[in-house]
Structure formats: C-alpha cells, structure tokens
Ligand binder design. Sequence first.
Ligand code: LCS
Length: 394
Amino acid sequence: MNTNNTGFNTKLIHGGGYKDKLGSVNVPIFQSSTFEFESAEEGARCFLGESGGYIYTRLGNPTINVLENMVAGLEGGFGGIGTSSGMGAINTVYMALLSKGDHIISSDAVYGPSRVIMEEHYSRFGVESTYVKTAVIDNIKNAVKPNTKVLYIETPANPTIEITDLKACAEIAKEHGLVQVVDNTFSSPYLQRPLELGADVVLHSMTKFINGHADIVGGMVVAKTEGMYKKLRSMMISLGCNLDPHQSYLVIRGLKTLAIRIERAQQNAQKIAEYLEKHPKVDWVRYPGLRSHPQYGLAKKQMDGPGALISFGLKGGFEAGKTLMNNVKVSILAVSLGGVESLIEHPASMTHSKVTPADKQKAGITDGLVRYSVGIEDAEDLIKDLEQALEKVK
Ligand code: LCS
C-alpha cells in the first residue's frame, strides 16, 4: 500500500511499497548478486537508467530497496541508501560531501570512530575538521570558515547525551550554504526527524534502534532531495559498502516493532534514571527525561520522547564504575545500544578509547562516565540488578 499519508505506525508495518506477485506477506530475501536482462537492449536501458530493472546487488536489490524506502518514509526524505554499517553510512557522506581543502564542523561528542577517521585519515586528503560543543550554538557560528562545507551533528550525542538545537543549526547551515548532516542513531525517526527540522541528510547505525535485536550490523543514509540522494547513492556504490539482502530482511523485521520497543525502553529508562539520580553512590545522571538535564526543555521540543540512553557517573569514579559493570547480571556488559536487551559500557576505555585523552576531556567523555542502553526487560528487574551491583561499589 501507499503509506505517504499514513501515520508513523502504519508506515512501520506497511511502508516500503513492496507488493509480492505471489502474495507473500513478508518481503522475500532476493539473495542474488546479479539479475537477468530480458534482452541486450533491456540491459543497456538499465545501465542508462531508462528502466527501473535491477542490475547487480551493489547497485540495488529489491529487498534492500524496501528497507531503504521504509526508512526514507519514516524520516520524511526523498530516498534512503542502505550501507553495510553505520560507519559505511558516515564514510559515504564524508566522501560524497568533502573535497581537498574543505572544512567540516562537527559535534565534539560523537561516536568515537566518526571523529577518529576524520582526524586520522580524511586529514591525509586535505580535509579540515573542527570539533565543538554544538549544544552551544555560538560555538558553531564561531567555527564557520570560508571553506566550511558540512555541519555534522550527533544529537543526543554518544555518550554524553548532550542535545543540539537542530532548527538553530539549520539556520546557520542555510546562511552559510553548508550541508547539514545529522546522525539520528540515538533517537531513531520515532523520536526525532531532523529533515523536518531543516537538515539535509540523516544517517543511522541501523545496528542500534532501527533493527533493535543486536543481530546485524548495518547503516542507512537518507537524503532530503533527489539531487543529494543521487550524489550519495553514487558514492555508496563506488565505495562498495552496500547492505546485503539477508541483513535487510532482518532489519525490516526488527523495524516493524520500533515504536513499541522504544516506548517500553524509554519507560524503563525514565524509571532507572530517576532511581539512579536518588542513589547516594551516584554523582550525576544525564537523561533527557530528567529535569536536571541541561537541555530538558529543548529535548521536549525537538524530540517526541527522551529515548533509552542514560549516562551517569559514580562518586567513586572509574573504579566504582568498573565494579558496577563487573557485577551486573541482568544487564550485559557490552558495547552497542538500542537493542531489546540492556547493555552497559565504559566509553572512555571502550567505544571512545581512540579519541585522545585531551579531546575526550573537552567533550565531557570523562573517565567516570558509564553509558547504559536500557532494554525492554522489566524495569523492576533492571533496578534490582543495579541495586545489587551498586551495593558492591565502595
Ligand atoms: N553513529 C553512532 C551514534 C553510533 O553509536 C555508532 C556505533 C555508529 C554511528 C557506527 O555504527 P556501526 O558502524 O557500528 O553500525 N556505536 C557503537 C557504540 O556506541 N558501541 O558500539 C558501536
């Protein structure tokens, strides 16, 4: 069915626009690397872009396309480009939008490798980058240079849960002719739709909430306009970082329950954040659903819910955090996030370990910060689990 004018939940179930000729209710896995042409003439037409026919899976595949259409529909963009991972999505965007001599401004708290690859590798090709606390809008204004081309925002940021005002960013991007890119991994389109707030490109690590079951690695880029979509798709094809059909099938299956998974996970997260905030051994808690979050008001305005990620620090610092992580039994000590299971990790030594100590300090990724991705278990069990682990903390 056409879901252009339906609500979000109907889009989750019926988006994608695929109608199976044999009546299969689920999208089949078109596990084929290549597609037969009806004639030499038809093959030539396919390559000229005059026929919608499939050619080769790196260029496009029916199962992958359904997922691309689903996510693009949810984000409100022209089209989606599936990638092999979130980093595949990020590199597709960086490579397509930045050339030698160009400059990118980015949030200083971003997923570690998003920054490290820019500073270690894109710099080798003459791309300049500046990392600032984008939660303070003037920092972005002050960082704009004549060669700035891209404004890259992660909000809420990994792992500080800092929130950046996307509408304000869009105004700066418009004024200076920048492409505004938003990593929407932490919210998913269920809670935040950056394209509606003025961004040009949205990307995801689908490994997280979009899929939600910790069983695939994948990414997605969504472009607002046809021109941007074509530019980004062409780069993904050249880089060869495409999704695969089987992975896409699993993500389509996971995506259908995005709304109910997030609703439940964020109900749990709210209870846990409130519990942690009152605990005598906890120094601070950062969660957009708490009034103590510095951008509580902005979160309420910009997002449709506070999400399922909590950062917190214990009064006993890193040693205390280690004891906590080593003693949880229901939550799992593992990186990644956004799945049905609760995961706990230590960004400074794990996901953000390659960011220099000075940059980590500046970005607020302190040694004592513990990141907790809340799943859909019973909140009471998660709290009891934290309680018994916190009892062991000195
Ligand atoms: N963007 C964000 C916000 C992320 O959190 C991650 C991965 C990526 C992009 C990259 O996606 P991937 O290539 O892994 O699909 N974040 C991770 C994390 O916090 N723990 O493990 C991976």
